[in-house]
Design a protein around this ligand. Structure first.
Ligand SMILES: C[S@@+](CC[C@H](N)C(=O)[O-])C[C@H]1O[C@@H](n2cnc3c(N)ncnc32)[C@H](O)[C@@H]1O
Length: 136
């Protein structure tokens, strides 16, 4: 992994991580559901949000780790096999974690602020069995 040093405010982050950090902020998240899920899913990915939701319905379990929840749209709408799923949200973007955790507050989700790439340290995690070396 390559570390970058520039004036972007993302010094030392892997370029891919820095890109994701920039892309998912409060402004973009405010229009994400309507623009990306409403339009982009069908137009660019050829997979309408309804189809993605069906895939979520099939995969959602009693203990659910959602990696990169974005706005939490799908986790909010999918059907869990229990009324009280144990949900952990993992994302490198704090705005994404804030937005999705707020949306899913009824499930009282744990949040894990980290990047799945090897360069990212675990900065903060509310999951019960999380250590500085990562979530277990
Ligand atoms: C395209 S959005 C998908 C959001 C949501 N799953 C959906 O389908 O609407 C990608 C999400 O993954 C997160 N993400 C991207 N790279 C990541 C990484 N290396 N580690 C953790 N989260 C990452 C972003 O912050 C964002 O929340």
């Amino acid at each position: 992994m390559t570390a970058l040093s520039d004036d972007s405010g993302f010094d030392g982050l892997d370029p891919r991580v820095a890109h994701a950090q920039r892309a998912y902020n409060r402004a973009t998240l405010a229009i994400y559901d309507r623009l990306v899920l409403g339009l982009g899913c069908s137009l660019f990915w050829r997979c309408p949000a309804g189809e993605m939701l069906r895939l979520y319905d099939r995969s959602a379990g009693r203990r659910h780790l959602d990696i990169g929840p974005g706005t939490g749209y799908f986790v909010d709408r999918c059907r869990f096999p229990t009324a009280t799923p144990k949900i952990t949200l993992l994302d490198l973007s704090q705005p994404c974690l804030d937005k999705s955790a707020k949306r899913l507050v009824r499930y009282r989700p744990d949040t894990c602020s980290t990047s799945l790439t090897p360069c990212g340290p675990v900065a903060c995690c509310s999951a019960p069995r999380c250590s500085p070396k990562g979530c277990r």
